[in-house]
Design a protein around this ligand. Structure first.
Ligand SMILES: Cc1cc2nc3c(=O)[nH]c(=O)nc-3n(C[C@H](O)[C@H](O)[C@H](O)COP(=O)(O)O)c2cc1C
Length: 333
């Protein structure tokens, strides 16, 4: 292993983590990224064909995906634990149980407090990475005993807190605030982004949207195509009950934002969401009428590649990008 703190912590070759994505990051994607030397992650609804509200079935589906990853690679990988709110917590409790029973090496914990599961996971020997969106939250995660924190900037696809801190500001603030290794995510799609994040003080990087547009991702082919064609201005921030989501601009995002502005009740909004959910987009391919979480980095993605090709593209371009940077810095050095 090298001298990078994230590589050493996770036992991986390159400090590149594939971020968890609901209905998108299943065993094939996670295994491909881990095989290529990064850290693959199983997201919620990995490998699922339909929506379930059955807690035990959710656990067994996750167990099957964990075993599938292990059949495809011997490299380390992670499982996402979305802590959640209210009645969602019974699902995250079940995933924690399965992660421990299956001796998964790494948990990526998000959308919730760090003191809920960190102790029990660590006690079982699972490495815990906690996703945060403010420096204060990072300090709390460190105090709760996490092994590393993941900064999710405002550019990132998917759901995060109500703050709008971008990766450029959040990462150095967090790197100054904590001693544990820092992973930066949100807006990273190529070797330039990786170098920039490391320059900001990160030890590793976290990419979701770029890995969504890969052959191994479970995203519907129509979704991949729309994102590969997407421009820099194709996403928007959508306020939800407990957080903001960054989504592709489509009929869903317009309709939902319009309903909120017109004063729709929480029940009406929840009902609309459930009928036009990520499942409808990612699994059924309803690209205009359902929610597609997507980061600003979509503007940089132009084709559907293999996950290993994405890794090779980044790793292969780091040196040239670094040399170009060194030249630009000549006056300072
Ligand atoms: C389609 C999609 C689904 C996501 N679902 C989840 C999720 O279930 N759990 C989670 O912790 N983060 C989720 N995220 C957020 C990602 O894990 C990560 O923070 C984000 O993709 C990083 O920014 P980027 O998209 O610019 O690479 C999702 C992101 C996307 C694009």
């Amino acid at each position: 292993m090298g001298k990078n703190r994230i590589c050493d912590l996770l036992g991986i070759r390159y400090p590149i983590l594939q971020a968890p994505m609901n209905w998108v990051s299943g065993a094939a994607l996670a295994a491909a990224v881990s095989e290529a030397g990064g850290l693959g992650t199983l997201g919620p609804n990995a490998g699922a064909e339909d929506i379930t509200t059955d807690v035990d079935l959710t656990g067994e589906r996750t167990r099957a995906q964990i075993r599938k990853v292990r059949s495809l690679t011997r490299a380390p990988f992670a499982v996402n634990i979305v802590v959640g709110f209210g009645s969602d917590v019974k699902f995250s409790k079940k995933i924690v149980e399965v992660v421990i029973e299956e001796a998964v090496p790494v948990a990526i914990v998000s959308v919730g407090r760090p003191d809920v599961y960190t102790r029990v996971l660590k006690h079982a020997g699972v490495k815990v990475l906690h996703a945060i969106s403010t420096a204060r939250h990072a300090i709390k995660a460190e105090q709760a005993g996490v092994d590393a924190v993941i900064c999710e900037g405002f550019e990132a696809g998917g759901h995060k807190g109500f703050t709008e801190l971008t990766t450029l500001v959040l990462t150095p603030l967090v790197a100054d605030a904590v001693r544990v290794p820092v992973v930066a995510g949100g807006g990273i799609g190529d070797a330039r982004g990786v170098l920039a994040a490391l320059a900001l003080g990160a030890d590793g990087i976290y990419m979701g949207t770029r890995f969504m547009v890969t052959r191994e991702s479970e995203s519907h082919p129509r979704v991949k195509e729309v994102i590969a064609r997407g421009e820099d201005v194709c996403t928007t921030s959508v306020p939800k009950d407990h957080m903001l989501a960054r989504d592709l601009i489509n009929n869903f995002s317009k309709q939902y934002t319009g309903m909120r502005a017109a004063g729709a009740s929480p029940e009406e909004l929840r009902h609309y969401l459930s009928e036009h959910s990520q499942y409808h987009a990612q699994h059924l391919g309803q690209v205009d009428g359902a929610e597609i979480c997507c980061g600003q980095v979509a503007g940089l993605i132009t084709e559907v590649q293999g996950a290993g090709e994405v890794m090779a593209d980044i790793v292969g371009n780091i040196k040239a990008r670094f040399d170009a940077l060194r030249q630009k810095l000549a006056g300072f050095l």
